[in-house]
Design a protein around this ligand. Structure first.
Ligand SMILES: [Zn+2]
Length: 476
């Protein structure tokens, strides 16, 4: 069975993936509470004959769907959670909420999940037709956004029997994913003080709000003395109430502490903890620290990632109709001029052989068509719980242009574009690339061996220990 047959089989089934992706777009759900979204996955996977284990790793909406038997075992990772406060009318080129304050699929996880399903179905078709030994496991992972669902699945050992893992993410350009991501700790800090009348008896009061403010100031000074690549952000979860005439008896801060390596993030986390302790001492309050979740930095496996790039090269450049270009143009028109200049710069670096006109043409595409060259030197920017999986098993990912050129993740443009034919094409391309790579891996024990050797060489004897303590459970 050749690769074009797999691609054709997936094309023939695309309508059901598209319908499920659109349904998920229409019921955007947060973190672990993805009840309706996961049902869409179950429907498609059940219709394809997958065995589905639901509610794994103590998360009611996490699943492992498998097909086939024996070695090798290839994993594909899917997601379906949305973001809060990013509700947006579909196919509308101005910021306008369907429901003010509502959720929206601003990271394209409706597409991400169905691209993963399509990938797994492609592998299933192959295993079924050839009768070859091999198992495909699709992981339904809730709470990628801030909840680290995969880290809990990793802690439960669900990835331990895999030979390799594959995933992808929608973006505004296409390439295999060679860069790392930042390790992150998500941490709650709570302060408890004593309430008192702020004018009548301030000497009896101990302000938890003062403690939170002093902690933030302490961290502000810390920022100068940590590595450049680290990032520390915070939000107030509790400011102790809205009455200035009461000494605030409670406060709570939510911190994200990020660094390129998990050990670096841990070291900074320990320092932030001491600042919290200092703030409590200064204000005569008490404090508590609770790790909400955490994830590792991503290790792109070069062997697996290079194979993904080879398969993407069979599926690119992406082609779009005039209507699709016109549709994406309306979003591209909202991109600031400075960002557009940056697109041209990025293209010049990626494609040094192209002349200025060619670069200008590509930079002005409202949806990006070319396959960018694979590089392993890109800067780590965000964080992903795929990081944890990549410490356990050789992992490769791709990103595929589903979104208007020059628009960032977590933007209203991504939500508006989330049910477009361009977005659908993008997730199908990702699904095909992952299916083809999984099939290459199934057919090539040497490739898997090489990927594992590289993984071992990178780890140098280190092994994965989940950064989320055992007593922390997933919280909606
Ligand atoms: Zn995302």
């Amino acid at each position: 069975m050749d690769k074009s047959t797999i691609v054709a089989l997936l094309e023939a089934k695309k309508q059901k993936f598209i319908e499920a992706s659109d349904h998920i777009w229409e019921t955007p759900e947060l973190r672990f509470a993805t009840d309706k979204s996961v049902e869409q996955h179950y429907n498609v996977l059940a219709s394809e004959g997958f065995h589905i284990e639901k509610g794994v790793a103590n998360m009611k909406n996490a699943y492992v769907a498998s097909y086939g038997s024996g070695k090798p075992v290839i994993g594909i990772l899917g997601e379906y959670d949305a973001l809060s406060n990013l509700s947006q009318v579909a196919d509308f080129a101005e910021e306008k909420a369907v429901e003010v304050g509502g959720n929206g699929h601003a990271c394209g996880h409706n597409l991400l999940g169905m691209g993963a399903v399509a990938g797994a179905v492609g592998v299933k078709e192959y295993l079924e037709a050839t009768g070859q030994s091999g198992t495909i496991k699709l992981y339904g992972c809730p709470a990628e956004e801030g909840g680290c669902g995969k880290s809990y699945m990793a802690r439960a050992g669900l990835f331990d029997d895999l030979d390799t893992a594959l995933s992808w993410h929608p973006l505004d350009k296409t390439a295999a994913w060679g860069s790392s991501s930042l390790a992150v700790y998500h941490v709650d800090y709570q302060f408890k003080g004593t309430a008192a009348h702020a004018a009548g008896a301030p000497e009896h009061g101990r302000s938890a709000l003062d403690a939170a403010e002093l902690m933030n100031i302490g961290v502000q000074y810390l920022r100068e003395h940590i590595i450049d690549e680290a990032r520390i952000h915070y939000a107030y979860k509790d400011t102790g109430g809205g009455s200035p005439n009461v000494v605030q008896a409670s406060s709570a801060l939510f911190y994200y502490i990020r660094a390129p390596k998990i050990e670096q993030a841990k070291e900074i986390f320990d320092r932030v903890n001491r600042i919290a302790e200092g703030a409590a001492l200064m204000t005569d309050t008490t404090y508590s620290i609770h790790i909400d979740s955490a994830c590792y930095n991503y290790i792109p496996n070069k062997t697996v990632t290079t194979n993904l790039q080879e398969n993407l090269s069979l599926l690119t450049p992406l082609s779009f109709t005039d209507e699709e270009y016109a549709y994406e143009q309306q979003y591209f028109d909202t991109v600031p001029a400075q960002v557009k200049e940056g697109l041209a710069e990025g293209l010049r670096t990626a494609f040094p052989d192209l002349d200025n006109d060619q670069i200008a043409n590509l930079a002005n595409e409202p949806i990006s068509s070319p396959l960018y060259p694979l590089t392993f030197s890109g800067k780590a920017i965000g964080s992903t719980d795929v990081g944890d999986v990549s410490w356990i098993v050789p992992t490769g990912q791709v990103f595929v242009a589903c979104e208007p050129h020059g628009t960032p993740p977590h933007s209203w443009q991504w939500v508006a574009n989330g049910k477009s034919s361009v977005a659908h094409k993008g997730f199908m391309t990702a699904g095909k690339a992952m299916a083809l790579s999984a099939i290459d891996l199934i057919n090539s024990p040497e490739l898997i061996e090489q990927a594992k050797q590289e993984h071992e060489d990178y780890l140098q004897g280190r092994s994965y220990v989940c950064a989320i303590p055992d007593d922390v459970v997933p919280e909606e």
